[in-house]
Design a protein. Structure first.
Lengths: 308, 352
C-alpha cells in the first residue's frame, strides 16, 4: 500500500498560501452555494479524486456547539461532488466517545448527508497500517493509521472554530488527532498526550497533512473549549489550501496571536505559512470579521495586541 | 492528501516494519456479501444479532470490527463472549472453537494481546481476550499467561519520577491522585477508566485460588482509582473528571463499564449517584451500543429499565448499527441478561 505524503519545506521556499473568509450568519442558509463560489476561486484539482472529509465530531451534543455543524459537512460534500470528485466520504475518530452512532444520531447527520452506512467511516475502528512518521518532533516515530485515510486522494480538514483548554485553540491541524485510531490507542488517545500535544501534532500533520481546510466558524466556541466552552457566533467560514495559514487566520479572527500558539508557531516553520504577508487573503479581510474570543486565564498570553 | 512531493522514488511507500499481520490475507475474510441482522416485527432479538455474528465470522475464526475486515482481538473476544452467553440459542460449538483458536494464536509470547495480530505491543485488549477465553474454558494456560501479563503491567503515572515531578510542578489544570493506579490503554501511558474496568471485570471472573497474592492489591488500588476519577456529579468519562475546576461530563460507556466493575461496592453513595445519572440518561440514548451497555449495567444492579428489544428495533432502522460487530455482540450480552437477576460468578462470590 502506498500513499502520497506532503512535502516538507521551510516556509521561505513555499509559494504564498491562499485563505478565503466568507460570511454566513446561519446554518440554514444555502451554504452549498456559498462554498461553491468560494472554492471555485481555488481551482482545486479534485476531479476524479476520492475525497475524504474529516469533521470534528467530539461528543453527542444536540446543541450544535461542540461539533462541526452537519449542515457544513453536507454543504462541503455537495460542493466537492459538484467540483468533480469521484466520491466524497466522511470519516472521524472521536477521542472521548466510542459510540459513533450515538454522536451521528444526536447531531442528525443523515438529515444532511442521506443514508450514512457506506458513506461514513468510524476511524477508531477502521483497519490500520503502520506508518513511519516523517518528522521526529515527538518520540512516536511510527503510528498505526486508518486505511481509509491512507487511501484517500484528497483530505479536507473540517474543524470547528474553538478554544482548547490544553492547546489554546483547536482548528484544522489539531483536528487531525482524530485520525489516530482508538482501537489501537484507546479513548482518549493518551499516547499523543504522553508524546506531547505539540510534537505529536507536528508529526501527524507532517505525515498526513490535509490538502484543504474549511473551518466552521458560523458559531464557534470560546472559553473552556473544546467541550465546555460557550457558544460564540462569529458568522464566518474560513477556508484555504494551507492548514497552517487557515489556522493562523482563524486565530487572528479570534483575536489571538498565532505566533504565540505553540504548535502553530512550530508548524509555521515547516508545514505552511503563518505570516500574513505570505497569505493571499480572499473574500473578507480579517479586520472586518474579527470577533475576539474569551480565553481561559492560562491562555491570556495568546491574546493579540489591539489592532493586530 | 497533499501530493506536493513528485520526486520519483521518494518516501511515498508506507514502511511497515511488522510486515503483514499473521492473519491479514484477504482470503481469511468473509467471502460473502455483508449479512445483516434481520429484524422482524420491529423488535430486535438476540437471534438476529447472533446470526449476524455467526455469518460474518472470518474464515480464520476471528471477527473484524466490521464484516469482511481484518480480524481484531477486541472484536473477536466480544464475539466469542456473546456466543457463549447465548442461552436460548446456543451457537454451533465449532464457531466458538474457531474463535478460541484464533485468540490463542494471536496471543503474544509474553501473554498479552495486541489490537491486531502482527502488532508488537500487548495492550488493553488483553483483559477482554483473557476473559473470553476463561468463559469459553479449556484454555487456562493462555488465561494464566494473560493474567500474569496484566498483573505486571503498570501505567506510566505513579512512578517515583512521575510523583516527584507532580510534587514539584503540580498540574493547575486537572486534579487527580496519581498514586492510585489502574490499567492503561497502551504501555507507557496513564491509567484510564475503561481499561481499568475491563481488567477488574476479568479479575473478578476468576476463581480466588488461581489469583496470585498481588492480585488483591492491584484490585484494591484500581477500585480506588476508579472512585477517584468519578465525575463530581456521578458517572465517568474518557477525559478528566475535573478540568480548571469545572466538572467533567459523564458518558454512557465509561460509566457503564466502571459500574459493572465496581458491583461489589453497590452500597457506596458514589455508585448510587452514578446509577442515578445513568438511569436519568437512559431514555435519551441514541446509539445501540450505548443502550445495550447501559441496559446491561442497570440490569446488573437490579434496576428496572424498559425492555431493550423495542428500543433497539427503532435504532436499527436508519443505520443497521453500522454493521458493527461490537454493537451486535454487546446487544447479545444485554438481551441474554435481561430479566434475569445477575448472579455473581463463583469467582466473584469468592472474591467478595
Amino acid at each position: 500500500m502506498s500513499f502520497a505524503q506532503p512535502s516538507l519545506m521551510p516556509s521561505f521556499t513555499r509559494p504564498p498560501s491562499r485563505v478565503a473568509i466568507v460570511r454566513s450568519a446561519r446554518y440554514d442558509l444555502d451554504l452549498g452555494a456559498v462554498l461553491f463560489r468560494a472554492l471555485k476561486e481555488f481551482d482545486l484539482p479534485v476531479k476524479g479524486f476520492k475525497v475524504l472529509l474529516k469533521p470534528n465530531f467530539v461528543e453527542s451534543d444536540p446543541e450544535g456547539v461542540i461539533n462541526t455543524h452537519p449542515a457544513v459537512v453536507g454543504a462541503v460534500r455537495e460542493t466537492f461532488l459538484r467540483l468533480g470528485a469521484e466520491s466524497v466520504r466522511v470519516a472521524e475518530g472521536p477521542a472521548h466517545e466510542r459510540d459513533m452512532e450515538a454522536i451521528l444520531e444526536t447531531i442528525r447527520l443523515r438529515n444532511f448527508l442521506g443514508p450514512l452506512p457506506g458513506l461514513f467511516v468510524d476511524l477508531n475502528l477502521d483497519e490500520v497500517h503502520a506508518v513511519n512518521l516523517r518528522t521526529r518532533a515527538s518520540k512516536l516515530k511510527q503510528l498505526y493509521l486508518p486505511r481509509t485515510v491512507l487511501e484517500a486522494d484528497y483530505i479536507v480538514s473540517l474543524p470547528k472554530l474553538k478554544t482548547h483548554h490544553w492547546a489554546g485553540v483547536t482548528l484544522s491541524l489539531k483536528n487531525m488527532f482524530g485520525i489516530v485510531p482508538g482501537c489501537c490507542y484507546g479513548w482518549p488517545k493518551n499516547v499523543l498526550h504522553w508524546a506531547g500535544i505539540t510534537p505529536s501534532l507536528l508529526d501527524i500533520n507532517s505525515t498526513v497533512r490535509p490538502d484543504f481546510a474549511i473551518v466552521d466558524g458560523i458559531i464557534g466556541m470560546e472559553g473552556n473549549g473544546p467541550i465546555q466552552g460557550s457558544p460564540k457566533p462569529s458568522g464566518v467560514l474560513i477556508l484555504g489550501d494551507d492548514p497552517v495559514a487557515v489556522d493562523a487566520t482563524c486565530a487572528r479572527v479570534m483575536g489571538l496571536a498565532p505566533e504565540r500558539i505553540d504548535y502553530l508557531a512550530k508548524a509555521g516553520m515547516l508545514l505552511g505559512h503563518l505570516k500574513p504577508e505570505k497569505i493571499r487573503q480572499l473574500g473578507e479581510c480579517v479586520a472586518s470579521v474579527r470577533t475576539p474570543f474569551a480565553v481561559l486565564p492560562a491562555f491570556q498570553r495568546l491574546v493579540a495586541a489591539k489592532g493586530k | 492528501m497533499q501530493v506536493a512531493d513528485s520526486t520519483p522514488g521518494s518516501d511515498r511507500q508506507i514502511q511497515n516494519p511488522n510486515a503483514e499481520p499473521r492473519f491479514a490475507s484477504p482470503e481469511s475474510r468473509v467471502p460473502n456479501p455483508v449479512s445483516r441482522a434481520r429484524m422482524t416485527s420491529g423488535q430486535l432479538r438476540d437471534s438476529h444479532c447472533l446470526e449476524f455474528l455467526i455469518t460474518n465470522q472470518n474464515s480464520d475464526g476471528g471477527w473484524g470490527y466490521h464484516p469482511a475486515s481484518l480480524s481484531a482481538v477486541e472484536a473477536t473476544a466480544w464475539g466469542l463472549a456473546a456466543l457463549i452467553s447465548s442461552r436460548r440459542a446456543p451457537p454451533p460449538a465449532e464457531v466458538c472453537a474457531r474463535a478460541r483458536d484464533w485468540l490463542l494464536q494471536a496471543q503474544q509470547t509474553d501473554g498479552s494481546w495486541p489490537p491486531f495480530p502482527g502488532q508488537p505491543q500487548g495492550c488493553w485488549v488483553t483483559s477482554i481476550a483473557s476473559q473470553a477465553l476463561h468463559l469459553h474454558g479449556g484454555a487456562q494456560n493462555a488465561v494464566q499467561r494473560g493474567l500474569h501479563w496484566l498483573l505486571n503491567a503498570w501505567p506510566a503515572e505513579g512512578t517515583v519520577w512521575w510523583r516527584l515531578r507532580q510534587t514539584l510542578f503540580p498540574s493547575r489544570v486537572a486534579r487527580q491522585d496519581s498514586s492510585l493506579r489502574g490499567w492503561n490503554w497502551t504501555p507507557g501511558t496513564a491509567s484510564w477508566v475503561e481499561p481499568t474496568a475491563h481488567a477488574l471485570l476479568f479479575l473478578r471472573s476468576l476463581p480466588m485460588e488461581i489469583l496470585p497474592p498481588q492480585a488483591a492489591k492491584r484490585r484494591q488500588l484500581a477500585e480506588c482509582m476508579l472512585f477517584d476519577r468519578m465525575c463530581p456529579g456521578g458517572g465517568w468519562n474518557s477525559g478528566n473528571p475535573l478540568v480548571y475546576g469545572v466538572a467533567g461530563v459523564p458518558r454512557i460507556g465509561p460509566t457503564a463499564w466502571a459500574l459493572l466493575a465496581l458491583r461489589n461496592h453497590s452500597e457506596r453513595p458514589e455508585i448510587q449517584t452514578s446509577l442515578g445519572w445513568l438511569e436519568g440518561t437512559y431514555g435519551a440514548i441514541h446509539g445501540a451500543a450505548s443502550l445495550a451497555l447501559a441496559h446491561r449495567c442497570l440490569t446488573a444492579y437490579g434496576r428496572r429499565v424498559s425492555p431493550l428489544a423495542p428500543a433497539l428495533g427503532e435504532l436499527y432502522s436508519p443505520n443497521h448499527f453500522f454493521d458493527s460487530m461490537l454493537t451486535n455482540a454487546w446487544i447479545v450480552l444485554a438481551l441474554n441478561e435481561e430479566g434475569s437477576a445477575v448472579v455473581p460468578t463463583a469467582g466473584e462470590a469468592a472474591n467478595r
